[in-house]
Design a protein around this ligand. Sequence first.
Ligand code: ACO
Length: 329
Amino acid sequence: MAQSNLYSRVLGTGSYLPADRVTNQDLADRLAKQGVETSDEWIVARTGIHARHFAAADQTTSDLALFASNNAIEAAGVDPQSIDLIIVATSTPDFVFPSTACLLQNKLGIKNNGAAFDVQAVCSGFAYAVAIADSLIRSGAHRTALIVGAETFSRILDFNDRTTCVLFGDGAGAIVMQASDEPGVLASALHADGSYSDILCTPGNVNGGVVAGSAFLHMDGQAVFKLAVNVLEKVAVEALEKAQLTAEDIDWLIPHQANIRIMQSTCRKLRLPQERMVVTVGEHGNTSAASIPLALDVAVRDGRIKRGQNVLIEGVGGGFTWGASVFRY
Ligand code: ACO
């Protein structure tokens, strides 16, 4: 049974970006060679993105996750063998199965037979994974969790579709959370509405040895935009109310890094000063489930996020899914 004084606390964060940094101009030059027209000016004005990183041909999602996890484990100062729960949020797994989390457990050399599984909630995946890990830790079922958001979205981009291929990048972010009697995660809220599944999807599957349907990401950008700004405000307010806090109590807002215009709108609606929002979309692009832990790690390592501060994370993405967590760092 859950103990009321048991919390899950973030002990350490880590992240990893693949070496190949591709600026908007680099991408525009590459696309021009295949007759697809775009520009740095268009991408920056509509999205705030200046650059993104792409994984090398031989790098998989679990490879990216491994680097980020090692950084988080080192920052947390825990013995990897004490990690009894691994959750990887991803929509670009290495394989259909086994899960990327099981592959990661093996790459980390963890032999303790703790639980390992993937969460598939697209860009909300990390928010989902934090809420799940918090529940499993507070129930007493698990004690030390490694939670990772890792993606190789470049693999599912159609580089002939300029409306989507300029938006996304690859990367991974990770946190280690552990049971504690000091406050950590204060509240979470998760939601989904499957009736919007077609506005953002990769509608393919493997059938008879080939891909049936499409293996590329499809998106109705304007529909996604409208839904995202609406649910991001609502879920933030819901999580704050559950935590018995107001926006004024939040030191740092870390929204999913999809588009600067969506993020600024959310910040305004919550009446939070823009300086209290962590923004990495300019340098990372949209890395889906990796975007929140990547941004969190950047702001922890550059000293902005300090122990004792309240952090609100919130994600929104395909499904349609959305979710938020408030935690004391
Ligand atoms: N380069 C140059 N021109 C482009 C590009 C491009 N890469 N992409 C589209 N255009 C053109 C279009 O063809 C169109 O031209 P037209 O007027 O001649 O037909 C024009 O630009 C405007 O296109 P819109 O789609 O209306 O542009 P919009 O202002 O809606 O911006 C965008 C598109 C950036 C995708 C926007 O809708 C958006 O941000 N949506 C949210 C999507 C998002 O963030 N998705 C991330 C995944 S979901 C998530 O993570 C929550």
